[in-house]
Write a protein that binds this ligand. Structure first.
Ligand SMILES: [Fe+2]
Ligand SMILES: [Fe+2]
Length: 339
């Protein structure tokens, strides 16, 4: 099988404030090898969930995924940049912890997952709106917001694999195997989403829309990278993963219904239909094999799993609320409207 060569590294995004400017200016240079640099950036003045900080953090994390065109890959492990990244992460994590609030000593992951799987009879929210009243233009905006995540679907969670052992690891990898196409490149969920974008007449290039999405879309992916890249947050990473899988089937079903109502191109329907079916199985695996096994081995991680589930809901709800608010006002939910 022959494949056309492509540029793996995306273009470095445009800065949106002093923090993202500090990072992009740094990346324009070669990474120093023998000197420890101190990056000047005053984080205290920035909104932890705002565009500038989230973009700066996103760029720092991206060095671990695909890097950037014309950026020295040596920056990935540059201690000066990592120090700045650590400060951005701490600010972000403190804000997320604050908004999630206290988790009681009696709260358990098992109970939290049970609650997650109860669908309200009269649900409201983004996927309900798209199913019942959404327009194709709104659906295309939704695709754009989600493109950052789905074009690297499976990757941020994969950082957690070496931190797991036993059945939890086996179950986790079994689910990821499906996300990664079960051995077939054309079936990578990342690829299925690229197919969806093409069919919807959108740009399918990796990070193609990073200059167009709001902070809320960046924060949703940053949270996964944050949890995945820190061993101490492995409980939260697993909670986030479980929450993704458990909430996926009903939400994906509503999107299938929405897309059929809109007579959307088949690859758009196929992406979500795949998630209705596969994630129903994944849900059972994460519940018992992954979370159940990990918490049995490391009971002190139980409340971290709860935190990961609630943090996932927090960032997803913020993104959904943003879209709903903009659309209610008749505005685009993107930083500039699609052509
Ligand atoms: Fe998937
Ligand atoms: Fe899944």
């Amino acid at each position: 099988m022959s494949v056309a060569p492509i540029s793996v590294e995306p273009r470095l995004p445009d800065p949106r404030g002093p923090l993202s400017l500090a990072v992009t200016e740094l990346l324009a240079e070669r990474a120093p090898v023998n000197t420890l640099i101190q990056v000047e950036a005053s984080i205290g003045d920035s909104d932890p969930l705002g565009l500038d900080l989230q973009l700066a953090l996103y760029i720092c994390y991206e060095l671990h995924y695909r890097g950037f065109e014309n950026v020295d890959p040596g920056w990935e492990w540059n201690a000066g940049l990592l120090h700045l990244r650590g400060r951005l992460e701490n600010t972000f994590l403190a804000e997320v912890r604050d908004r999630v609030g206290d988790i009681g000593a009696e709260e358990t992951a098992a109970e939290e997952m049970r609650r997650l799987s109860i669908e309200p009879a009269d649900g409201t929210g983004l996927s309900y709106h798209l199913r019942d009243a959404g327009t194709w233009a709104q659906m295309r905006e939704y695709f754009v917001h989600r493109s950052l995540y789905h074009l690297k679907e499976g990757d941020p969670h994969a950082w957690a694999i070496p931190r797991l052992i036993g059945q939890a690891k086996a179950g986790f990898v079994a689910v990821e195997f499906d996300e990664f196409g079960a051995g077939r490149g054309a079936r990578l969920h990342q690829q299925l989403f690229a197919d969806l974008l093409e069919a919807a007449n959108l740009d399918s290039s990796y990070l193609g829309y990073i200059d167009q999405v709001p902070a809320e879309a960046l924060a949703a992916v940053n949270l996964m990278s944050l949890f995945g890249l820190h061993r101490r947050l492995r409980g939260a990473a697993v909670g986030h993963f479980a929450s993704t899988e458990i909430t996926s089937p009903p939400g994906s079903q509503r999107l299938v219904d929405a897309l059929r109502r809109m007579n959307a191109p088949q690859p758009c329907v196929d992406f979500y239909a795949e998630h209705v079916e596969a994630d129903a199985v994944h849900e059972q695996v994460v519940r018992t094999d992954v979370v159940g096994d990990m918490v049995a081995r490391e009971p002190h991680l139980d409340r971290d799993v709860v935190f990961g589930i609630r943090a996932h809901a927090l960032v997803e709800d913020r993104l959904a609320d943003h879209m709903m608010r903009c659309w209610a006002d008749g505005d685009t939910s993107l930083r500039r409207p699609l052509d």
